[in-house]
Design a protein around this ligand. Structure first.
Ligand SMILES: [Zn+2]
Length: 98
């Protein structure tokens, strides 16, 4: 997995807390609702699990379309194509080195 940063946002509404996790590279965002008594650590772990599942799905879909299963380091899209000598992004056109 590429080195990543995830932003968490917590919005409390009565007995519920909406937890949003955003992957800063792909800008993929998932939200989940937890009970307000849930610990912050558990909320983060749950949101992170859902974010990982979402990103895995994105990678699988990219594979199915013939792309590499990794996001572009420049634009975050799963549109990297490998040729004999290099890996290039179909979205932003930049070359990516691993
Ligand atoms: Zn790109």
């Amino acid at each position: 997995m590429v080195q990543r940063e995830v932003l968490f946002e917590f919005i409390r509404m009565g007995n519920a807390v909406k937890v949003t996790a955003t992957d800063t590279l792909t800008l993929a965002e998932v939200a989940t609702i937890c009970h307000a008594h849930t610990s912050r650590r558990d909320m983060e772990n749950l949101a992170l699990k859902r974010l990982d599942a979402f990103l895995t799905k994105q990678a699988d879909q990219a594979h199915a379309k013939g792309y590499e299963g990794l996001p572009c380091k420049h634009c975050g899209k799963y549109t990297l194509k490998r040729s004999a000598t290099r890996v290039k992004c179909d979205t932003c056109g930049k070359e990516v080195r691993f």
